[in-house]
Design a protein around this ligand. Structure first.
Ligand code: HEM
Length: 117
């Protein structure tokens, strides 16, 4: 049925999407939203992030059931790869986000890979 939410008219059968890309960069939610600040996610800062402010795995009844596995897998893969190899951007590397089913770097992310001594 039609709905009005927050002053916005939503017609019958409208698809309503939550865009994590937008939520994760919202100026009302984040300090310096476009800055690369991994320390936002350090254990001592996690409490300041609301459950619905950061939702890479969704939320609610259809939340990703593989979230814990994915996080563990990513940490193991990154720890092994980064301890053995260096990944450097090249002059051709121009990261630009494109929205597919997931957000991806346009044309991939070509990098110079070298073995660590
Ligand atoms: C970084 C990796 C991953 C990301 C970012 C991710 C993200 C998501 C998101 C956003 C959803 C939708 C949540 C919603 O509808 O609200 C989802 C659902 C789901 N994910 Fe993942 N996921 C990841 C890895 C995995 C892995 C490794 C598995 C399985 C081993 C998995 C299994 C599922 C399943 C089965 C659903 C559907 C849950 C349902 O509809 O009840 N995901 N995931």
């Amino acid at each position: 049925q039609p709905e009005t939410w927050n002053g916005l008219y939503i017609p019958r059968y409208a698809a309503v999407l939550v865009m994590p890309w937008v939520v994760h960069r919202h100026r009302k939610l984040w300090d310096r939203p476009d800055a690369f600040m991994p320390e936002r996610f350090h254990p001592e800062n996690r409490e300041r992030i609301d459950r619905f402010q950061y939702l890479p795995f969704g939320a609610g009844p259809r939340v990703c059931i593989g979230a814990s596995f994915a996080m563990q897998e990513a940490i193991i893969a990154l720890a092994i790869l980064l301890s053995r190899f260096r990944f450097d951007v090249t002059s051709q590397t121009r990261p630009w986000p494109v929205q597919k089913l997931t957000t991806q770097p346009q044309g991939g992310l070509p990098m110079q890979i070298s073995r660590r001594a």
